[in-house]
Design a protein around this ligand. Sequence first.
Ligand SMILES: Cc1cc2nc3c(=O)[nH]c(=O)nc-3n(C[C@H](O)[C@H](O)[C@H](O)COP(=O)(O)OP(=O)(O)OC[C@H]3O[C@@H](n4cnc5c(N)ncnc54)[C@H](O)[C@@H]3O)c2cc1C
Length: 851
Amino acid sequence: MKSHVRAVVIGGGVVGCSVLYHLAKAGWSDVMLIERSELTSGSSWHAAGGFHTLNGDPNVAKLQAYTVSLYKELEELSGQSCGLHLTGGVMMADTPERMDFLRLVHAKGRYLGMETELITPSEAKAMFPLMDESNFVGALWDPVEGHLDPSGTTHAYARAARKLGAEIVLRNRVVELTQEPDGTWNVVTEQGTVKADHVVNAGGLWAREVGRMAGLELPVLAMEHMYLLTEDMPEVLDFNARTGRELVGVIDFKGEIYTRQERSGILLGTYEKACKPWSPVETPWDFGHELLAPDLDRIAPSLEVGFRHFPALENAGIKQIINGPFTFAPDGNPLVGPVPGLTNYWTACGVMAGFSQGGGVGLALSQWMVDGDPGADIWGMDVSRYGEWATLRYTNAKVRENYSRRFSISFPNEELPAARPQQTTPLYDIMVRDNHAVMGDSWGLETPLWFAPSAEEAHDVLSFHRSNDFEHVGREVRATRESVGVTEISNFAKYEVTGDGAEAFLNRLMTNTMPKTGRIVLTPMLNEAGKLIGDFTIAKMDAARFMVWGSIAAQKYHMRWFQQHLPSDGSVAIRRLGINLVGLSIAGPNARKVLEKLTDDDVSGSAFRFMDVREMDVHAAPCIVNRITYTGDLGYEIWMEPAYQRRVYDGIRQAGEEFGIVDFGMRALLAMRLEKNFPTWFRELRPIYGPFEAGMDRFVKLSKDDFIGREAAAKEQADGLKLMRTSFLVDALDADVMGDEPVWAKVGDTDYGTVEKPHGYGAPRFDADGKEIAKPEGGTLRDGDWRVVGWITSGGYAHSIGSSMAQGYIPSALANDGSEGMFEIEILGIRRPARIALEPPFDPAGDKMRS
Ligand SMILES: Cc1cc2nc3c(=O)[nH]c(=O)nc-3n(C[C@H](O)[C@H](O)[C@H](O)COP(=O)(O)OP(=O)(O)OC[C@H]3O[C@@H](n4cnc5c(N)ncnc54)[C@H](O)[C@@H]3O)c2cc1C
């Protein structure tokens, strides 16, 4: 065993081995993997080995597609078989709602180059004749699905890594981690200590324990998971003999079941509602290659449905039941990346689908470690997406919720109830009890979404279509636009940046020039590659004090970046204020009249101008007031310590009474910003876009002193833009866009080339005789003169102008074409006409917000 290496990967499951392979492939051959026992001694050995590309997050889906495409190369490189069976699979819908969900998945897949197809239950039955198709209304065919040998695949990664120079040490537990002042780690093992510049926690079932070695409580929990294997089945043997093909994989959402062929029988697994955490507080070190006791009672409801939907199974003998634990993060996606607040400590854990995601996780993490950037938009997997509120018991509640909903429909207006309320502001009771607010979860903080007329009506009716909130959100928008509304805006990230070096520091990080004292700027933040990694509002309070507001969910992500770039001379300090600073916004033409009644300051249009900031008393409470609002109206953001929030809110309500003030929620706020063509962070603004294609030109000052990403941004502008963020007016029916829909354009043979091409791999679809069915002409991206040219990032109904709206990215050559009949957006499988909104439909010149 070497005594000093560049990186130690802790854990020899599929994920650790993939990280090791990718690090070595990226040129870090001086790396070591340390495994407590033999390779695959955690979850990896008893996995069902299924893989697929589909994921709710398109960026995670891309990494899954990479994982699947890697296996052939890995086999060649390592000389080790992965036991690959690329069978394809069907997802079965038993209700119209589930079919809507599959249509959405299918449409999303288009711009990712996935060649899924919507098919009939009979067509699905042709590929899996064990089903009783009368239970279903339709299905989705995914050619890039299958199964493999988990142990073979893990060893293939390991062998390939060894060939590239990496070292693997087996039967040696890491027992302690200590860090030197220079940031290097002492990895204390049973066989001695290894010094490492970096450590990677790929501890799988023991990721929490390996986290605790560095003082971390990672939001990871293992759940028991069962699948059963049948004896050989005559129906399977007959199908194989008749068609010369293997059965395809099936997901039956109703039964919470996945199933596929295993040898000449069937493997059937469940994500049962009555799910059970395993070792909720601590994972025993002596657990290894043993299985947990099966508990058929727990999965009996799923099996009952399964026997109805796949009648042949009822008579099949059960050969073995596997019950094993594997880990989940609260949202079911992995935890990857550098841990905020620590140096050179990386995670690659919480990977619940190691054989779909392991390759992508390894690739992203190795690029991050070697090049300083993951090379892809991996926000959905970033370890920084959780705050300190994701405690052990929070994680327990959320993981159970996630597991039991794995095969449930996720509706766009759905707020999940587990572990809530976690954090509340002082207005919580007033909002819920008195104002009948329907609350949402913003990074663990309860936030009003909309206001119902009565307590009985204060809930969302789940739907892909416009729902029961529609008219109430409309009322909130119109009342605000016509007079004045108030909303809680505590769900922002807030930072205080102080010190002699504060201005220079912010100038180096941000693309805009810093404001004069008493003024505000909006500014993107870029990475070295010139891509968007933040979008902030910054106010200069005095020469050495700035207030910074950003996205609540990106707090840890941004703090990680800020801390990495802090000058070492101590001239800058950053404080994350969290909910120690809370906020209210008043907006609408009468907003000034309301504020005037609450303060002795002169807040006239000339004394307190658009983009001014001032510390002033509001209803006798000390506040920071920004003359700015995300609704695009005349408006103010008022910030205060929580102790004052009820008082300020009461004052606003009283002062606004004569103007008919209304409460409005996040949904109204987001609807109003659509009418102004304002983008949002994590939807329109993400690390895959440059600032110019995102339409942020006026906030990027290429002429100012150097800033991070300047060179790349200048190049983006000089080279000409491939894509442009674009707003659309959509002729929608009763459903608005939800995000990730494809944008079709009538472009004839011109190929604008921004949408991913189909992967070119995948299983063929076949009929009952085993004969291949040709793919639809043009695949999923072409239809006569129409082509998929882009994708939607967000949208909804713009109530004050009375139109459905959407934002998305399309080729820049098309972005100025405001003509009718040029674009269509596919909403729930129906292509609806859309027209580019070349300027904001509400107050295009911005006169109202400047008034
Ligand atoms: C029943 C079942 C069915 C499944 N089916 C599928 C499926 O069909 N498809 C799919 O993609 N996934 C499936 N999974 C999930 C899959 O197994 C996991 O996603 C995957 O194994 C996670 O791999 P890992 O490397 O992160 O963790 P693990 O496999 O748990 O590996 C972690 C390794 O780290 C080692 N380790 C931990 N701490 C230390 C230490 N301190 N020192 C040294 N070594 C240490 C452990 O010994 C272990 O070998 C299934 C899981 C189960 C239980």
